[in-house]
Design a protein around this ligand. Structure first.
Ligand SMILES: Nc1ncnc2c1ncn2[C@@H]1O[C@H](COP(=O)(O)OP(=O)(O)OP(=O)(O)O)[C@@H](O)[C@H]1O
Ligand SMILES: [Mg+2]
Length: 259
């Protein structure tokens, strides 16, 4: 299998993208892949899910500004996955970095190619919420895009905006496989959530990757710097992420056999 790049995106903030990146990394690692998660969000919080110290300032943004190698900023998490943090930069540096990304729309793609990753690697891109130069770079590079939505009306109403960006940056590329949505924080006991997820499924024409239930093990794991699969393998959240990782694996297999 060639390197596969998955972008995790949403129009709204706080829907669970970063948690999903970290936990999908654990799920895909268990399936035997080398997994590199790249943080494209200046919040720089993905590293915390991999047990990396908050004092750690290295990452791809400072490395890029210093014309350094991204490879040198990659850290191994404690459970097998790898993470490339965004890194710590000041406001002027952030503006310079974003200008660089605007000037070079293929920057992310080229930098990932230069990493010369093993063939079975899955790269997972964490993005900031809403339209940004980071989202544009992620969508221009991804083979698969996962749209994260909550089962509420506000999240539902943002789907057309994200789909229009996917049409602009993904769909016409020959290396783009497909986009899917993932409902996070579902609580089936709430009738409204259940109704809204049915409507989302209609709007997305069945392109559902999976659902992740609301599960306290997910934030508890983060508090211990651990993904939920290693924190509590029997939890609902861990089982949901295992199913999602398997669903991605099935998509890769289907694409391989169609090729
Ligand atoms: N399935 C879940 N069950 C319970 N809590 C969850 C679940 N998913 C995410 N959370 C919690 O929701 C909060 C927001 O999650 P997270 O930071 O991953 O969202 P995000 O989309 O990356 O946010 P941002 O848009 O700011 O980057 C965190 O406290 C996280 O622990
Ligand atoms: Mg985030």
């Amino acid at each position: 299998m060639s390197v596969k790049i998955i972008a995790v995106v949403s129009a709204k903030g706080g829907v669970g993208k970063t948690s999903i990146c970290a936990n999908l990394s654990a799920g895909m690692t268990r399936l035997g892949h080398t997994v590199l998660s790249i943080d494209l969000d200046p919040q720089n919080s993905l590293r915390l899910h991999f047990g990396i110290s908050p004092m750690h300032i290295e990452g791809m943004a400072p490395a890029s500004l210093a014309s350094g190698e991204w490879r040198e900023s990659i850290s191994a998490g404690q459970f097998g996955g790898f993470v490339l943090p965004f890194g710590q930069i000041n406001e002027d540096e952030r503006q310079d970095f974003e200008q660089l990304l605007r000037d070079e729309p293929d920057y992310l793609r080229l930098k990932i190619e230069q990493l010369d990753l093993p063939a079975n690697t899955v790269v997972i891109l964490d993005t900031p919420p809403g339209p940004s130069v980071y989202l544009m770079q992620a969508l221009s590079t991804a083979n698969i895009t996962i749209i994260v939505v909550l089962p509420d009306a506000a999240s539902y109403s943002t789907i057309p905006m994200i789909i229009s960006l996917i049409k602009k940056y993904c769909i016409r590329r020959s290396d783009f496989i497909d986009y899917f949505y993932l409902i996070n924080q579902i609580d089936r006991s709430r009738q409204l959530a259940s109704d809204v997820s049915d409507v989302i499924n209609l709007e997305m024409q069945g392109k559902r990757l999976g659902v992740i239930h609301q599960d306290q093990s997910i934030p508890e794991g983060l508090a211990c710097n651990v993904d939920v699969l290693n924190y509590d393998p029997n939890s609902r959240g861990a089982q949901d992420f295992e199913k999602c990782a398997q669903a991605l694996e099935n998509i890769f297999d289907a694409q391989l056999s169609a090729a």
